[in-house]
Design a protein around this ligand. Structure first.
Ligand SMILES: [Zn+2]
Length: 301
C-alpha cells in the first residue's frame, strides 16, 4: 500500500452512511489528519486513535475497517475514530523519503537521522524525528527508553507537546471530552492500562475494563510501568477517564506488521470499541471523578 492509497482509504469513509467525516488538523508537513464520528453525539463517547507510530501504520486500515463495521449499526452513544495520527511518518515508512517536500529535509532525515539509509521501514517518529507517543505532557522526559536527539524512534522532543500532531490530538480530545480512549499500536497482542498517577479506584476500574477487552480479543492485560509521554498517559493524567494502549499483531512477526495480518487482527478487535464504550461509566459520574486541566493550561496559554 502506498501512502496515497492509505489516505484515500481513510478519505473514502466519508461516503458511508452514518459517518460524519472531518479534518481534525494538519501534520507538520501539511497532511490532513482525518477524523470520523459514528452514532449519537449524546451520551457516552469513545475516541480511538491509530498509527501514531509510523511503522505501526497497519492500525490505520484496521480503524477504517472498524468504521465500516459499525457505520450501519445502532448503539447508544458515539464513536470518534482518528485512523492516522502521524501521516508524515507513515508516508516515510510506506513511500520512503523521496516524497518529502524539500531536498534539505530529505538529506537531513536520510543522512543524519537515518544513518544514510533510504530504508524507513522501522521509522516510528514524525518528520521532525520526534516520537509523538513520548512527546505528550504526561511526566514528559522521564522515560527510560527516551533519547535526546532527533531519531527514528524514542526522541521525546525538546519540550512537551512540541509537535503539531500532538497538539492536534490534545485540542481535539479536550474539545470532545471522550469518556474512554483506545490507542492502537503494534505489536505483541497486549492491552496496557494503569498510568502511574491514577488513584486506586481508577486503577481498579481500568483493570476491569482491560480484562473485559481481553475477553474479546484474547490479548494479555499488562499494567504499564513507568510509561510516560504517551497519548494514553496524557488522557489518564488530564481527563482521568479510562485510556488503553492496545498492541495488535503477534510479537513474533517483524515490524512493520503487514497487510496479511489485517483480517485476523480485525476479527479479533472488531467488537472491542463497542464493548469498551458500553463498559464505561456514564458522563455525569465520570466528571465527578475530577477533570485535571492544569497541565493542559500550562502549555496552552
Ligand atoms: Zn507504538
Amino acid at each position: 500500500m502506498t501512502f496515497q492509497e492509505l489516505q484515500n482509504k481513510i478519505y473514502n469513509l466519508n461516503t458511508l452512511d452514518g459517518v460524519d467525516f472531518f479534518t481534525v488538523g494538519y501534520s507538520m508537513l501539511g497532511h490532513p489528519i482525518y477524523g470520523v464520528h459514528l452514532g449519537s453525539y449524546k451520551g457516552k463517547q469513545i475516541l480511538i486513535e491509530g498509527a501514531i507510530h509510523a511503522r505501526e501504520w497497519i492500525t490505520a486500515p484496521l480503524l477504517c475497517d472498524m468504521v465500516d463495521y459499525y457505520h450501519d449499526k445502532s448503539f447508544d452513544g458515539g464513536m470518534y475514530f482518528i485512523p492516522l495520527s502521524n501521516p508524515d511518518g507513515v508516508s516515510l515508512v510506506l513511500d520512503g523519503p523521496n516524497n518529502l517536500p524539500c531536498e534539505k529535509l530529505q538529506k537531513y532525515l536520510v543522512d543524519v537521522v537515518n544513518d544514510g539509509s533510504n530504508d524507513f521501514s522501522q521509522w516510528k517518529a514524525n518528520a521532525n524525528a520526534v516520537d509523538l507517543n513520548v512527546n505528550f505532557d504526561a511526566y514528559w522526559g522521564q522515560g527510560a527508553q527516551n533519547v535526546f536527539c532527533p531519531s527514528p524512534g524514542n526522541f521525546d522532543g525538546y519540550y512537551p507537546n512540541s509537535e503539531r500532531e500532538v497538539r492536534v490530538l490534545i485540542d481535539f480530545t479536550m474539545r470532545v471530552q471522550p469518556n474512554i480512549t483506545l490507542s492502537y499500536h503494534t505489536k505483541g497482542e497486549v492491552i496496557y492500562y494503569g498510568f502511574d498517577a491514577l488513584n486506586s479506584a481508577q486503577m481498579q476500574r481500568d483493570r476491569e475494563i482491560a480484562e473485559l477487552i481481553s475477553s474479546i480479543n484474547g490479548y494479555e492485560v499488562v499494567k504499564t510501568t513507568a510509561s510516560v509521554g504517551g497519548y494514553s498517559d496524557w488522557v489518564s493524567l488530564n481527563l482521568g477517564v479510562p485510556a488503553f494502549t492496545v498492541e495488535v499483531g503477534p510479537a513474533s512477526a517483524p515490524h512493520p506488521i503487514g497487510e496479511e495480518y489485517l483480517p485476523e487482527i480485525f476479527e479479533r478487535n472488531k467488537d472491542v470499541p463497542l464493548t469498551a464504550l458500553q463498559a464505561v461509566t456514564p458522563p455525569s459520574a465520570t466528571r465527578k471523578m475530577g477533570l485535571k486541566f492544569h497541565n493542559f493550561l500550562r502549555f496552552n496559554k
